[in-house]
Design a protein around this ligand. Structure first.
Ligand SMILES: O=C(O)CCC(=O)C(=O)O
Ligand SMILES: [Fe+2]
Length: 258
């Protein structure tokens, strides 16, 4: 992929099926694949301005935006609505699952880790509820003497083509408090081959969010770490177990916000 494209020209206009194939191989082999230098400053700069403005209003503490409403007003819409971006997400899903996703919707999320509340969101190992996760780093701490808040993953830990109930139960066990203490232990990380993924703004990182247990490392409460996540393809969309799982995730977020 080439250097930053100007915005009058659609983002990811030049990705093709060869890029999708390369990403697919890389995700399977090392846990993640990268498109380099595809998010221009014309997207990053106004998003950063928006973030610092919002943080001022919120006392400098963590916030997250999810759902379909915020993205339309955001400069990140240039990624969300790019045909090339859809093509990559859908191409990866279809290769992995040998079929179409139940819905072609992309779920966009903006995460802004800052302040002491931001720290609570570090090292929360989880599986995503969607097959393909695209991560767009917006602001990554980069002073030489500070932790950068790497993404850490246990690549491709499980398979997800079995029954929904088994998958969702497994997710609940693996994300329990006791299990989470294990996942964040450096010894366990070494044994099981957990991988730190340093993030560079400008790139887009793809991985199997539903198969790879992952979290972000802590950064300083005085720094800002922001990522946009785009989730695609939930094969269990219509399962009743899914609703229970989502209720559990919401309750856990409410506890963190207290
Ligand atoms: O911000 C990150 O590095 C990862 C966030 C994540 O995994 C998620 O929101 O599902
Ligand atoms: Fe995630």
């Amino acid at each position: 992929m080439m250097a930053n494209q100007p915005l009058d020209h659609e983002l990811l206009a030049s990705v093709d099926m060869t890029d999708v194939e390369n990403l697919y191989v890389s995700i399977n082999q090392k846990g993640f694949g990268v498109l380099h230098n595809v998010v221009p400053d014309s997207v990053l700069m106004p998003t950063r301005e928006y973030i610092t403005h919002e943080l001022d209003k919120r006392g400098g503490q963590y916030f997250g935006l999810g759902g379909q409403d915020w993205i339309g007003h955001s400069p990140l819409n240039a990624i969300f609505s790019a045909r090339g971006f859809h093509m990559v997400l859908d191409g990866l899903y279809q290769r992995a699952m040998h079929g179409e996703p139940p819905s072609q919707r992309i779920l966009p999320v903006l995460r802004v880790l800052a302040g002491t509340h931001g720290l609570r969101h570090a090292n929360r190992f989880h599986y995503d509820s969607y097959i393909v996760t695209a991560l767009v780093p917006i602001l990554i701490p980069n002073r030489p003497d500070e932790p950068r808040g790497h993404l850490v993953m246990y690549p491709n830990m499980r398979n997800v083509r079995g029954p929904a109930a088994v998958n969702i139960l497994e997710k609940a066990v693996v994300e329990s408090g006791a299990a989470c203490r294990l996942w964040r232990s450096p010894t366990v990380q070494r044994w099981l081959g957990a991988k730190p993924v340093p993030l560079e703004p400008g790139n887009i990182y793809f991985f199997w969010g539903m198969r790879s247990l992952h979290a972000n490392e802590a950064c300083l409460p005085t720094s800002i770490r922001s990522t946009a996540l785009f989730h695609y393809g939930d094969p269990h969309e219509n399962s009743v177990f899914k609703q229970l799982s989502q209720a559990r995730a919401r309750a856990s977020l409410r506890r963190l916000a207290k």
